[in-house]
Design a protein around this ligand. Sequence first.
Ligand SMILES: *[C@@H]1O[C@H](CO)[C@@H](O)[C@H](O)[C@H]1NC(C)=O
Ligand SMILES: *[C@@H]1O[C@H](CO)[C@@H](O)[C@H](O)[C@H]1NC(C)=O
Ligand SMILES: *[C@@H]1O[C@H](CO)[C@@H](O)[C@H](O)[C@H]1NC(C)=O
Ligand SMILES: *[C@@H]1O[C@H](CO)[C@@H](O)[C@H](O)[C@H]1NC(C)=O
Length: 282
Amino acid sequence: MNQYPIIFCLLTLLYVIFLPHLKAVELCPSFYCNDQKHDHDPIHFPFRVPENQTTRCGYPGFDLSCNSNNQTLLSSLSSEPLIVEGISYSDQLIWLSDPNHCTPKRVMDLSLTSTPFSFGRFGSAYTIVNCSQPAGSNPELPRGSSVITCMSEGNYTVIATFKKMAERELVRERGCEVMNKINAAFWWRDMEEYDYFYPTDLSDVLVQLNWGVPSCGRCDLRGGSCGFVGGMGLEVGCVIPESSGKCLLLLKKFTLLNFVYSLRFFELVTFGIWGTRRETLT
Ligand SMILES: *[C@@H]1O[C@H](CO)[C@@H](O)[C@H](O)[C@H]1NC(C)=O
Ligand SMILES: *[C@@H]1O[C@H](CO)[C@@H](O)[C@H](O)[C@H]1NC(C)=O
Ligand SMILES: *[C@@H]1O[C@H](CO)[C@@H](O)[C@H](O)[C@H]1NC(C)=O
Ligand SMILES: *[C@@H]1O[C@H](CO)[C@@H](O)[C@H](O)[C@H]1NC(C)=O
């Protein structure tokens, strides 16, 4: 009995199944706000600079801009832009600073709902208190608390703490007034290495945010690049450099619908040579 028609049908079925995954991933070159320092802060998917890059270069909600000092800015989280101090694409983290050097004040009116971001892995609950002594006259601060000099004035001091015990001491023993309770991921150098190191002044620390979607961290870790799949929609794909050339070449041949090539193609897919190098992410 001739089994050729069965094989043909099977291949056609496979072709239909695999076809949606074969749309090309659009990759955009990295962009730099500081054109002279290409080792620093590349901007690429999911981030983009709308002024200089097309819509398909970045995911919605990840728009950045550049200022006249060649700094990278994120403007969508509050009325005033924040400076982008660093991005870890593989960890899906971004570090921001306040151009007015009063990070805690900015964090208080930061609105992360309906943005792709939430506070990073060092997120913690902070209590902000207002103490009636002038900043200079403060006796030693309780463990786990920091002055916010930029919010303090001549005759009162604003202090932030993430420790319940410190909060009790400040409120009960020193008569400080609770101003605000916030959840935030303040970040400062050395915090990841020294658990008990915190700055005496919180004014100039950074804020760390992370994002979940699109999840290109793993792609980036493997040296790949993420981009949108096809010309529209939010499907995101990962291209690993060394295989992408071959895949695209294969695709071109495949579009000729040459049956011999498709046979060869499915052989390759079946044996998993290229089949696993392209992934669809959400
Ligand atoms: C980005 O776009 C702005 C405005 O169109 C332009 O002035 C600037 O030179 C562009 N920067 C680069 C590096 O292309
Ligand atoms: C910003 O970049 C431009 C072009 O690379 C350079 O001419 C200029 O001096 C830079 N400005 C600052 C403040 O670094
Ligand atoms: C702190 O308290 C003082 C006096 O109780 C008040 O005048 C000041 O406005 C308060 N500061 C803030 C930032 O709320
Ligand atoms: C706090 O300082 C302001 C001026 O900086 C002054 O007008 C005010 O009287 C002071 N308040 C107290 C309670 O000392």
